[in-house]
Design a protein around this ligand. Structure first.
Ligand code: NAD
Length: 324
Protein backbone atom coordinates (compact mmCIF):
# COMPACT_ATOMS: atom_id res chain seq x y z
CA UNK A 1 0.00 0.00 0.00
CA UNK A 2 1.10 3.56 -0.60
CA UNK A 3 0.22 6.41 1.74
CA UNK A 4 -0.07 10.20 1.48
CA UNK A 5 -0.51 12.89 4.07
CA UNK A 6 -4.23 13.63 4.28
CA UNK A 7 -3.34 17.29 4.68
CA UNK A 8 -0.15 19.14 5.63
CA UNK A 9 0.73 17.80 9.08
CA UNK A 10 -0.88 14.39 8.60
CA UNK A 11 -2.21 11.79 9.21
CA UNK A 12 -1.01 9.32 6.58
CA UNK A 13 -3.84 7.78 4.59
CA UNK A 14 -3.82 4.93 2.09
CA UNK A 15 -4.11 5.96 -1.57
CA UNK A 16 -7.16 3.69 -1.82
CA UNK A 17 -9.74 4.76 0.74
CA UNK A 18 -12.60 2.53 1.89
CA UNK A 19 -15.91 4.13 0.90
CA UNK A 20 -18.36 2.68 3.39
CA UNK A 21 -21.59 3.83 1.76
CA UNK A 22 -21.81 0.34 0.28
CA UNK A 23 -22.16 -0.99 3.87
CA UNK A 24 -25.41 0.98 4.02
CA UNK A 25 -26.70 -1.25 1.18
CA UNK A 26 -27.01 1.74 -1.15
CA UNK A 27 -25.69 -0.28 -4.10
CA UNK A 28 -27.62 -3.44 -3.18
CA UNK A 29 -27.87 -5.65 -0.11
CA UNK A 30 -24.63 -6.85 1.38
CA UNK A 31 -24.81 -9.69 3.91
CA UNK A 32 -23.61 -8.65 7.37
CA UNK A 33 -20.67 -11.04 7.48
CA UNK A 34 -19.48 -10.04 3.98
CA UNK A 35 -19.33 -6.38 4.94
CA UNK A 36 -17.42 -7.17 8.11
CA UNK A 37 -14.96 -9.39 6.27
CA UNK A 38 -14.46 -6.62 3.67
CA UNK A 39 -13.49 -4.16 6.43
CA UNK A 40 -11.14 -6.64 8.11
CA UNK A 41 -9.45 -7.64 4.84
CA UNK A 42 -8.98 -4.00 3.84
CA UNK A 43 -7.30 -3.21 7.18
CA UNK A 44 -5.09 -6.28 6.99
CA UNK A 45 -3.99 -5.24 3.49
CA UNK A 46 -3.07 -1.71 4.60
CA UNK A 47 -6.17 0.32 3.68
CA UNK A 48 -6.46 2.68 6.64
CA UNK A 49 -8.80 5.48 5.52
CA UNK A 50 -12.51 4.78 6.07
CA UNK A 51 -15.28 7.21 5.13
CA UNK A 52 -18.92 6.97 6.20
CA UNK A 53 -21.93 9.16 7.01
CA UNK A 54 -25.17 8.92 8.99
CA UNK A 55 -26.87 9.33 5.61
CA UNK A 56 -25.57 6.05 4.13
CA UNK A 57 -28.31 3.50 4.63
CA UNK A 58 -29.90 5.89 7.16
CA UNK A 59 -27.25 5.08 9.83
CA UNK A 60 -26.73 1.45 8.74
CA UNK A 61 -23.25 2.14 7.31
CA UNK A 62 -22.04 3.76 10.54
CA UNK A 63 -23.52 0.94 12.64
CA UNK A 64 -21.89 -1.79 10.55
CA UNK A 65 -18.57 0.02 10.29
CA UNK A 66 -18.52 0.66 14.05
CA UNK A 67 -19.14 -3.03 14.76
CA UNK A 68 -16.50 -4.15 12.26
CA UNK A 69 -13.93 -1.76 13.73
CA UNK A 70 -14.27 -3.14 17.28
CA UNK A 71 -10.71 -3.87 18.40
CA UNK A 72 -9.27 -2.25 15.27
CA UNK A 73 -10.15 1.41 15.79
CA UNK A 74 -6.53 2.44 16.38
CA UNK A 75 -5.49 1.05 12.98
CA UNK A 76 -7.72 3.37 10.93
CA UNK A 77 -8.18 7.02 10.08
CA UNK A 78 -11.95 7.34 10.48
CA UNK A 79 -14.05 9.97 8.72
CA UNK A 80 -17.76 10.62 9.04
CA UNK A 81 -20.08 13.49 8.18
CA UNK A 82 -22.91 15.64 9.47
CA UNK A 83 -25.73 17.77 8.10
CA UNK A 84 -27.26 15.19 5.74
CA UNK A 85 -29.51 12.59 7.30
CA UNK A 86 -31.68 11.34 4.40
CA UNK A 87 -32.35 11.81 0.68
CA UNK A 88 -34.11 15.10 1.42
CA UNK A 89 -33.28 15.43 5.12
CA UNK A 90 -30.74 18.15 5.75
CA UNK A 91 -30.04 20.09 8.90
CA UNK A 92 -26.94 22.23 9.05
CA UNK A 93 -27.81 23.96 12.33
CA UNK A 94 -25.16 23.94 15.05
CA UNK A 95 -27.50 22.02 17.35
CA UNK A 96 -28.29 19.30 14.77
CA UNK A 97 -24.71 18.70 13.69
CA UNK A 98 -23.42 18.61 17.28
CA UNK A 99 -26.15 16.25 18.54
CA UNK A 100 -26.02 14.20 15.34
CA UNK A 101 -22.27 13.79 15.75
CA UNK A 102 -22.70 12.38 19.29
CA UNK A 103 -25.02 9.76 17.78
CA UNK A 104 -22.43 9.01 15.07
CA UNK A 105 -19.80 8.45 17.76
CA UNK A 106 -22.08 5.98 19.54
CA UNK A 107 -22.77 4.06 16.31
CA UNK A 108 -19.09 4.07 15.42
CA UNK A 109 -18.23 2.86 18.96
CA UNK A 110 -15.53 5.44 19.44
CA UNK A 111 -15.02 8.67 21.35
CA UNK A 112 -13.45 10.62 18.48
CA UNK A 113 -13.22 10.65 14.71
CA UNK A 114 -10.18 11.67 12.72
CA UNK A 115 -12.22 13.75 10.29
CA UNK A 116 -15.70 15.24 10.56
CA UNK A 117 -17.10 16.69 7.33
CA UNK A 118 -20.13 18.77 6.43
CA UNK A 119 -22.04 16.46 4.09
CA UNK A 120 -23.15 17.85 0.71
CA UNK A 121 -22.75 21.55 1.43
CA UNK A 122 -24.68 22.60 -1.70
CA UNK A 123 -27.93 21.67 0.05
CA UNK A 124 -27.42 24.43 2.61
CA UNK A 125 -26.83 28.15 2.28
CA UNK A 126 -23.24 29.34 2.24
CA UNK A 127 -24.17 31.76 4.99
CA UNK A 128 -25.45 29.08 7.39
CA UNK A 129 -22.57 26.70 6.71
CA UNK A 130 -19.92 29.38 7.23
CA UNK A 131 -21.57 31.16 10.15
CA UNK A 132 -23.18 28.29 12.02
CA UNK A 133 -22.17 24.79 10.90
CA UNK A 134 -18.42 25.26 10.64
CA UNK A 135 -18.09 27.12 13.97
CA UNK A 136 -19.84 24.11 15.59
CA UNK A 137 -17.31 21.79 13.96
CA UNK A 138 -14.46 24.00 15.16
CA UNK A 139 -15.76 23.53 18.73
CA UNK A 140 -15.76 19.77 18.26
CA UNK A 141 -12.20 19.96 16.92
CA UNK A 142 -11.12 22.08 19.87
CA UNK A 143 -12.70 19.52 22.21
CA UNK A 144 -10.68 16.77 20.49
CA UNK A 145 -13.78 14.86 19.38
CA UNK A 146 -12.99 15.50 15.72
CA UNK A 147 -9.28 15.69 15.05
CA UNK A 148 -9.83 17.38 11.67
CA UNK A 149 -12.78 19.08 9.97
CA UNK A 150 -13.73 19.41 6.32
CA UNK A 151 -16.43 19.97 3.74
CA UNK A 152 -17.87 17.75 1.02
CA UNK A 153 -20.10 18.22 -1.99
CA UNK A 154 -20.60 17.95 -5.73
CA UNK A 155 -20.59 21.65 -6.65
CA UNK A 156 -16.97 22.80 -6.83
CA UNK A 157 -17.50 26.56 -6.91
CA UNK A 158 -19.68 26.24 -3.81
CA UNK A 159 -16.94 24.34 -2.00
CA UNK A 160 -14.40 27.02 -2.94
CA UNK A 161 -16.72 29.80 -1.80
CA UNK A 162 -17.35 28.15 1.57
CA UNK A 163 -13.64 27.49 2.16
CA UNK A 164 -12.75 31.07 1.16
CA UNK A 165 -15.41 32.68 3.35
CA UNK A 166 -14.52 30.40 6.25
CA UNK A 167 -10.87 31.44 5.96
CA UNK A 168 -11.95 35.10 5.95
CA UNK A 169 -13.71 34.45 9.26
CA UNK A 170 -10.60 32.82 10.69
CA UNK A 171 -11.90 29.25 10.37
CA UNK A 172 -9.19 26.83 9.33
CA UNK A 173 -10.53 23.88 7.37
CA UNK A 174 -8.46 20.73 7.01
CA UNK A 175 -9.91 19.01 3.95
CA UNK A 176 -12.28 19.15 1.02
CA UNK A 177 -13.94 16.14 -0.62
CA UNK A 178 -15.71 16.00 -3.94
CA UNK A 179 -17.16 13.08 -5.84
CA UNK A 180 -17.57 12.13 -9.52
CA UNK A 181 -15.21 15.00 -10.38
CA UNK A 182 -12.08 13.04 -11.13
CA UNK A 183 -12.57 9.84 -13.04
CA UNK A 184 -12.74 8.60 -16.64
CA UNK A 185 -16.08 10.37 -17.16
CA UNK A 186 -15.27 13.76 -15.64
CA UNK A 187 -11.98 15.37 -14.60
CA UNK A 188 -13.14 18.86 -13.61
CA UNK A 189 -11.58 18.55 -10.14
CA UNK A 190 -8.21 19.11 -11.78
CA UNK A 191 -9.21 22.55 -13.08
CA UNK A 192 -11.82 23.68 -10.59
CA UNK A 193 -10.72 22.39 -7.19
CA UNK A 194 -7.16 21.06 -7.15
CA UNK A 195 -5.34 24.41 -7.65
CA UNK A 196 -7.50 26.02 -4.95
CA UNK A 197 -7.04 23.18 -2.46
CA UNK A 198 -3.30 23.17 -3.05
CA UNK A 199 -3.00 26.95 -2.63
CA UNK A 200 -5.06 26.84 0.59
CA UNK A 201 -3.22 23.83 2.05
CA UNK A 202 -6.43 21.76 2.18
CA UNK A 203 -6.28 17.98 2.04
CA UNK A 204 -7.98 16.89 -1.19
CA UNK A 205 -10.13 13.75 -1.23
CA UNK A 206 -11.58 12.39 -4.44
CA UNK A 207 -14.57 10.07 -4.19
CA UNK A 208 -16.38 7.81 -6.65
CA UNK A 209 -13.70 6.68 -9.13
CA UNK A 210 -16.34 4.43 -10.72
CA UNK A 211 -18.72 7.39 -11.11
CA UNK A 212 -20.95 5.97 -8.32
CA UNK A 213 -21.21 2.63 -10.07
CA UNK A 214 -21.74 3.81 -13.66
CA UNK A 215 -18.25 2.71 -14.67
CA UNK A 216 -18.93 -0.92 -13.83
CA UNK A 217 -20.19 -3.86 -15.86
CA UNK A 218 -23.34 -4.02 -13.73
CA UNK A 219 -24.09 -0.29 -13.96
CA UNK A 220 -25.46 2.05 -11.32
CA UNK A 221 -28.64 1.83 -9.21
CA UNK A 222 -31.81 3.66 -10.27
CA UNK A 223 -31.12 6.60 -7.90
CA UNK A 224 -28.02 7.63 -9.89
CA UNK A 225 -28.51 11.23 -11.10
CA UNK A 226 -26.80 10.86 -14.50
CA UNK A 227 -28.88 11.34 -17.65
CA UNK A 228 -29.96 8.32 -19.69
CA UNK A 229 -27.58 9.51 -22.42
CA UNK A 230 -24.65 9.44 -19.97
CA UNK A 231 -25.71 6.03 -18.66
CA UNK A 232 -25.78 4.68 -22.23
CA UNK A 233 -22.28 6.04 -22.89
CA UNK A 234 -21.02 4.26 -19.76
CA UNK A 235 -22.56 0.98 -20.93
CA UNK A 236 -20.80 1.40 -24.31
CA UNK A 237 -17.51 2.13 -22.53
CA UNK A 238 -17.86 -0.99 -20.35
CA UNK A 239 -18.61 -3.12 -23.41
CA UNK A 240 -15.61 -1.67 -25.23
CA UNK A 241 -13.34 -2.60 -22.29
CA UNK A 242 -14.77 -6.11 -22.12
CA UNK A 243 -14.08 -6.54 -25.83
CA UNK A 244 -10.42 -5.60 -25.14
CA UNK A 245 -10.28 -8.13 -22.28
CA UNK A 246 -10.03 -5.41 -19.63
CA UNK A 247 -12.35 -4.76 -16.69
CA UNK A 248 -13.71 -1.20 -16.78
CA UNK A 249 -13.70 -1.12 -12.96
CA UNK A 250 -9.97 -1.79 -12.80
CA UNK A 251 -9.18 0.61 -15.68
CA UNK A 252 -11.22 3.35 -14.02
CA UNK A 253 -9.67 2.92 -10.59
CA UNK A 254 -6.15 2.76 -12.06
CA UNK A 255 -6.79 6.07 -13.85
CA UNK A 256 -7.65 7.69 -10.50
CA UNK A 257 -4.72 6.14 -8.65
CA UNK A 258 -2.40 7.63 -11.27
CA UNK A 259 -3.61 11.13 -10.34
CA UNK A 260 -0.96 12.38 -7.93
CA UNK A 261 -2.73 15.43 -6.51
CA UNK A 262 -5.21 13.81 -4.14
CA UNK A 263 -4.47 12.37 -0.72
CA UNK A 264 -6.77 9.42 -1.31
CA UNK A 265 -9.38 8.08 -3.71
CA UNK A 266 -12.46 6.72 -1.98
CA UNK A 267 -13.96 3.68 -3.68
CA UNK A 268 -17.13 1.96 -2.55
CA UNK A 269 -16.35 -1.54 -1.26
CA UNK A 270 -18.77 -3.84 0.48
CA UNK A 271 -17.39 -7.34 -0.08
CA UNK A 272 -13.98 -9.03 0.27
CA UNK A 273 -14.12 -9.87 -3.45
CA UNK A 274 -14.31 -6.19 -4.37
CA UNK A 275 -11.61 -5.25 -1.86
CA UNK A 276 -9.33 -7.88 -3.45
CA UNK A 277 -10.11 -6.67 -7.00
CA UNK A 278 -9.27 -3.10 -6.05
CA UNK A 279 -6.07 -4.09 -4.26
CA UNK A 280 -4.96 -5.88 -7.45
CA UNK A 281 -5.24 -2.56 -9.29
CA UNK A 282 -2.48 -1.13 -7.10
CA UNK A 283 -0.01 -3.60 -8.55
CA UNK A 284 -1.33 -3.18 -12.09
CA UNK A 285 0.55 -1.15 -14.72
CA UNK A 286 -2.60 0.29 -16.22
CA UNK A 287 -3.33 0.94 -19.89
CA UNK A 288 -3.06 4.62 -20.78
CA UNK A 289 -4.02 4.13 -24.42
CA UNK A 290 -7.21 2.28 -23.52
CA UNK A 291 -8.03 4.83 -20.81
CA UNK A 292 -7.90 7.59 -23.44
CA UNK A 293 -10.08 5.63 -25.85
CA UNK A 294 -12.65 5.04 -23.11
CA UNK A 295 -12.59 8.72 -22.10
CA UNK A 296 -13.33 9.63 -25.69
CA UNK A 297 -16.32 7.24 -25.80
CA UNK A 298 -17.60 8.79 -22.57
CA UNK A 299 -16.99 12.38 -23.68
CA UNK A 300 -18.66 11.86 -27.07
CA UNK A 301 -21.63 10.28 -25.27
CA UNK A 302 -22.08 13.25 -22.94
CA UNK A 303 -21.01 11.37 -19.79
CA UNK A 304 -19.13 14.37 -18.39
CA UNK A 305 -22.30 16.46 -18.23
CA UNK A 306 -22.95 17.81 -14.75
CA UNK A 307 -26.21 17.08 -12.96
CA UNK A 308 -28.16 19.43 -10.71
CA UNK A 309 -27.52 18.87 -7.00
CA UNK A 310 -28.51 21.05 -4.08
CA UNK A 311 -29.94 24.57 -3.97
CA UNK A 312 -29.96 26.13 -7.43
CA UNK A 313 -27.95 29.15 -6.28
CA UNK A 314 -25.11 26.73 -5.47
CA UNK A 315 -24.95 24.97 -8.84
CA UNK A 316 -21.74 25.20 -10.80
CA UNK A 317 -21.84 27.26 -13.99
CA UNK A 318 -22.81 25.03 -16.90
CA UNK A 319 -25.14 22.78 -14.89
CA UNK A 320 -28.10 21.89 -17.14
CA UNK A 321 -31.41 23.01 -15.70
CA UNK A 322 -33.49 19.86 -15.34
CA UNK A 323 -36.61 21.98 -14.79
CA UNK A 324 -36.18 23.76 -18.14
P1 NAD B 1 -17.80 4.42 -6.57
O1 NAD B 1 -17.49 5.16 -7.80
O2 NAD B 1 -16.70 4.03 -5.67
O3 NAD B 1 -18.65 3.16 -7.01
C1 NAD B 1 -19.14 2.24 -6.07
C2 NAD B 1 -19.77 1.04 -6.79
O4 NAD B 1 -18.76 0.38 -7.55
C3 NAD B 1 -20.32 0.02 -5.81
O5 NAD B 1 -21.46 -0.61 -6.40
C4 NAD B 1 -19.19 -0.98 -5.71
O6 NAD B 1 -19.64 -2.26 -5.33
C5 NAD B 1 -18.68 -0.98 -7.12
N1 NAD B 1 -17.28 -1.41 -7.23
C6 NAD B 1 -16.20 -0.91 -6.60
N2 NAD B 1 -15.08 -1.57 -6.97
C7 NAD B 1 -15.48 -2.51 -7.86
C8 NAD B 1 -14.80 -3.51 -8.60
N3 NAD B 1 -13.49 -3.70 -8.52
N4 NAD B 1 -15.53 -4.31 -9.43
C9 NAD B 1 -16.86 -4.14 -9.53
N5 NAD B 1 -17.56 -3.22 -8.86
C10 NAD B 1 -16.88 -2.41 -8.03
O7 NAD B 1 -18.88 5.30 -5.79
P2 NAD B 1 -19.21 5.58 -4.27
O8 NAD B 1 -19.30 4.33 -3.46
O9 NAD B 1 -20.37 6.49 -4.30
O10 NAD B 1 -17.99 6.44 -3.76
C11 NAD B 1 -17.01 5.93 -2.89
C12 NAD B 1 -17.12 6.54 -1.52
O11 NAD B 1 -16.87 7.94 -1.57
C13 NAD B 1 -18.48 6.41 -0.82
O12 NAD B 1 -18.66 5.15 -0.25
C14 NAD B 1 -18.37 7.52 0.20
O13 NAD B 1 -17.60 7.08 1.30
C15 NAD B 1 -17.61 8.60 -0.57
N6 NAD B 1 -18.54 9.58 -1.21
C16 NAD B 1 -18.77 10.75 -0.53
C17 NAD B 1 -19.66 11.68 -1.06
C18 NAD B 1 -19.93 12.93 -0.29
O14 NAD B 1 -19.34 13.14 0.76
N7 NAD B 1 -20.79 13.81 -0.73
C19 NAD B 1 -20.30 11.44 -2.27
C20 NAD B 1 -20.02 10.26 -2.95
C21 NAD B 1 -19.13 9.34 -2.40
Amino acid sequence: MRYNLLQPGGPLVSVIGFGASALGNVFGDIPLSEGERAVHLAIDEGINFFDTSPYYGLTLSEQRLGAALEGRRDRVVLATKCGRYGVSAFNFSAKAVTQGFEESLRRLRTDYVDLLQVHDCEFGTVEQIVEETLPALVELRTAGKARLIGITGYQLENLRTIARQAAERGIRLDSVLSYCRYNLANTTMERELRPFAQAEGLGLISASPLHMGLLTKTGAPAWHPATSEARAACVRAAEYCTAQGVSIEELALRFCLDYPHVATTLVGMGTPEIVRANLRVLADKGNTQLAHEVMEILRAGGAETLWPSGLKQNWDPGTPNSEA
